[in-house]
Design a protein around this ligand. Structure first.
Ligand code: A2R
Length: 320
């Protein structure tokens, strides 16, 4: 398989490059001119806002499958920069689809990465959410990803394109940005241990329930969907068991010997927080045999280990 990862310099990209390469694929990945990729693969510079550049790249690489990861991926940033988020996530994705449609090679498979946040304001009793549940996004980021998916469906129907759509629920692991909750907690603990901050954790809403999967499991799901997923179908990717953010906090704190107190930080509360988001993951299991294998405790432990090593704390296993 010749794979092209668009948006390969981000958190998931690094893991996906390794996953595909170790499965024997020829891996090409793009990054913005301001970014770099250190994993072993063919690196190309691409801004998806330049539509002609995508076409030129497809003519050069001629991929069998495209993993479209490029995005403004932060919910918090999407509240502050809605236009930018819509441009990259909607217009940028259309640019990718149009380039694939116009490409000389037909039947390039596109793995279009969306989010579990697309479900949004969920009716009572709807969890676990099947892929057929209506979408009612609760934030700007989620709305742009729902739009990306709707447009992808239109390309499937109108142009018979081979697009597999993904709603990936929260994923985490070593090297994730600290704007995401597991990484944020682990970084704060590692900083407190090192005396870089007072032993005080700043937290947001601890009662929200979310479904967390290790990023290494998530990229394995992406590869399996490229190999075995059904074109035109939408797949939830997640563990299938939501936990309270409080549980993540408690697990992370239990891995530290430092005496750390917890305080609520209004800046960490979201403008709109949905109480529970949990997927039904039976479809991806039925079609590919995939299910999450790495425990949440392992993910939290590896992420804390990564931060400790990054900050120069004591011994760690990186996991990456
Ligand atoms: O925003 P930056 O500078 O970190 O760059 C991101 C990049 N990106 C772009 N690439 C090409 N053209 C653009 N106009 C453009 N704008 C942003 O896409 C970043 O390097 C990459 C996305 O990586 P992350 O933000 O780290 O997302 P992550 O966690 O790897 O998630 C991958 C996908 C995204 O579509 C998420 O929305 C979804 O999984 O959950």
């Amino acid at each position: 398989m010749k794979a092209l990862i668009i948006g390969g310099a981000g958190f998931v990209g690094a893991y996906l490059i390794r996953e595909l390469a170790s499965a024997g694929a020829e891996v090409h990945a793009t990054c913005l001119p301001s970014e770099s990729i250190k994993e072993a693969c063919e690196v190309h510079t691409l801004d998806i806002m330049n539509a002609e550049d995508i076409s030129a790249l497809l003519a050069e690489v001629v991929p069998d499958v495209i993993f479209h990861l490029a995005a403004q991926s932060s919910v918090a940033v999407s509240w502050k920069k809605p236009q930018l988020t819509a441009n990259i996530n909607v217009v940028g994705s259309i640019n990718v689809l149009e380039a694939v449609r116009a490409a000389e090679k037909k039947n390039i498979r596109v793995i279009m990465i969306g989010t579990g946040e697309e479900y949004g304001f969920i009716r009572e009793g709807a969890c676990p959410l099947s892929e057929d549940e209506p979408l009612d996004p609760g934030n700007i980021y989620a709305a742009t990803k729902a739009c990306q998916e709707m447009i992808s469906r239109i390309y499937v129907r109108a142009y018979k394109m081979d697009i597999v759509m993904v709603r990936a629920f929260n994923h985490s692991g070593p090297a994730q940005s600290d704007i995401f909750v597991i990484s944020d907690f682990c970084k704060q603990i590692a900083e407190a241990e090192k005396g870089m901050r007072p032993p005080e954790m700043k937290v947001g809403n601890l009662s929200a329930m979310r479904d967390f999967t290790d990023v290494r499991d998530v990229v394995r799901a992406y590869r399996l969907l490229a190999e075995k997923g059904v074109g035109g179908r939408v797949y939830n990717i997640g563990r299938g068991r939501a936990v309270e953010i409080q549980y993540i906090l408690d697990t992370a704190l239990s891995l530290s010997e430092a005496d750390i107190t917890v305080t609520q930080d209004p800046a960490r509360m979201r403008a709109s927080d949905i109480p529970i988001i949990e997927p039904d993951v039976s479809r991806i299991f039925a079609d590919t045999g995939w299910k999450a294998e790495i425990t949440m405790e392992q993910t939290i432990s590896d992420t804390l280990g990564w931060w400790r090593q990054k900050l120069g704390n004591y011994g760690t296993s990186l996991g990456v």
